[in-house]
Ligand binder design. Structure first.
Ligand code: PHE
Length: 472
């Protein structure tokens, strides 16, 4: 006999856990810079529309699959409703998070390393241009790796209610407070307004097909869609819970955090580096966090002293670390749930097996920045040499998510069938029946959303691997 499935203890517990997954590095740095460079307020407007009209229905579809089947993604797609070729979708929804967890751990480890160095008083070193390249090749990263894996293990081994939910209840409010504190501090600095203006003033002339594609990909990724996470978290939701309402809350929280992060990052950049050439702002979150922002924090010493600047930097890295940790927890939970559901392993056994296999690939990634030649030049495509880390990033982080989302939509509408999907969403929310939302969600999921996701997937494959873009 199998034990009853564990569920989240409260609505707010679920919302914080799902928001913890959604709020990540993408929100805190990727979104602000992407928005600022691609039309400011105009980008924000398009992004918000995509969240509401495209991503929210997909999130509801994923959560509903999980809640209906009470299983991990592989189990749900292999159930009596799925089976056959749908198992492939199930495998994709398990392998994708496994590989993203590998890649995301590498970055989380660097964040922890930077946080520790700021706390040790080394902000000036972090701000030097060569530091990042040297840091990622030091052996101390292995120590930080053990700490990050230990924390994720510690949270996940305690289960859904006492682990994931409790962790989110501690980390997320902390994250909100730090974010608000930093936004207020930054906005009070001289010159902050120029940054806020650069971020917010709409420039519709910058909006082209490529920016639209980018905004949708960013929204999809930011809400943790296509990663199997919402299916898994949905399987821990009670039937009495209002699924659509909770999904809206999660999407709103994620978007508000991304928006607020822009009010922290851009004013900080403009205030402490007024002569900034905005072309310098790379859209890569990694180079921004590790190479660019430390310089900005160090520049703050002119007005608040070295200690003050170090405190601001420490708060920022703690904020990013909390965001990354809750995302890492959610993504690691997907393969964990698969081993528990499909193989009947205990959580501890599942986590130890996963941890052991993940750490091998994480270490391979860690030495793929020059230390091991074969891993550093792992493959070549679209005219560039790629390290193992780059390849994992390109395939699992940047390409496959819309495909997984597309499969989830098709599964819900054409395999599980609309009326069953509706019935699932009506559980816990009587008013959903016959509502406008119900009609819209059904219509969009069976028509333009799969189409849009298919186009994005095909365009990304063409651009990334063949150097050819449909959108110029
Ligand atoms: N939504 C996360 C972000 O914005 C993405 C993510 C979630 C990445 C879970 C990894 C794991 O950064």
């Amino acid at each position: 006999m199998t034990a009853a499935r564990e569920h989240f203890g409260s609505r707010i517990g679920f919302i914080l856990a799902a928001a913890g997954s959604a709020v990540g590095i993408g929100n805190l740095v990727g979104f602000p810079v992407g928005a600022a460079k691609n039309g400011g307020g105009a980008f924000l407007f398009i992004y918000a529309i995509f969240v509401a009209l495209i991503c929210l229905p997909v999130m509801m579809a994923e959560l509903a699959i999980g809640r209906r089947f009470q299983k991990d993604p592989l189990g749900a797609y292999s159930s009596e409703v799925g089976g056959g070729g749908w198992r492939i979708a199930g495998w994709l929804a398990v392998i994708t998070p496994f590989m993203i967890a590998v890649f995301y751990s590498v970055i989380t480890v660097w964040i922890l390393g930077y946080l520790i160095h700021v706390l040790m008083g080394n902000l000036d070193q972090l701000a030097s241009p060569e530091y990042f390249g040297q840091f990622i090749n030091t052996n101390e990263v292995f120590l930080h790796l053990l700490v990050v894996f230990g924390l994720v293990y510690f949270i996940l081994v305690s289960g859904v209610k006492d682990g994931i939910e409790k962790g989110a209840k501690i980390l997320m409010p902390g994250l909100f407070v730090m974010l608000i504190g930093l936004v207020v501090f930054v906005l009070m600095q001289d010159g902050a307004v120029a940054g806020a203006r650069y971020y917010l003033v709409p420039d519709f002339a910058k909006i082209d097909a490529k920016v639209v594609n980018g905004a949708l990909s960013q929204a999809f990724f930011s809400l943790s869609l296509g990663m199997g996470i919402m299916i898994t978290y949905g399987s821990y939701m009670e039937r009495t819970e209002n699924l659509g309402g909770s999904a809206k809350f999660v999407a709103l929280t994620d978007t508000l955090v991304a928006f607020s992060a822009g009010l922290m990052i851009l004013p900080a950049i403009f205030s402490f580096n007024p002569s900034i050439d905005t072309a310098e702002l790379s859209e890569s979150s990694v180079s921004l966090i590790f190479s660019f922002l430390p310089k900005i924090f160090l520049a703050m010493q002119a007005s608040i002293g070295y200690l003050g600047a170090s405190i601001v930097a420490a708060l920022f890295f703690t904020l990013v670390f909390f965001a990354a940790l809750t995302s890492l927890v959610s993504i690691t939970e997907v393969p964990t749930a698969s081993l528990v559901d499909e193989k009947g392993y205990s959580r501890r056994k599942a986590l130890l097996i996963l941890g052991a296999s993940m750490i091998i690939i994480v270490i391979a990634c860690t030495v793929s920045f020059g230390r091991v030649e074969f891993l550093s030049n792992f493959m070549a495509y679209a005219g560039a040499n790629k390290s193992l880390f780059d390849v994992i990033y390109d395939i699992f982080y940047d390409t496959i998510l819309p495909l997984n989302g597309l499969l989830a939509c098709l599964f819900v509408i054409y395999r599980w069938k609309k009326h069953n999907f509706d019935a699932e969403l009506e559980q816990g929310d009587e008013s959903y029946r016959g509502s406008f939302s119900e009609k819209y969600v059904n219509f969009s999921l069976s028509t333009f959303i799969p189409l849009v996701l298919a186009i994005i997937f095909i365009n990304t494959v063409a651009t990334k691997y063949f150097g050819f873009s449909f959108f110029g």
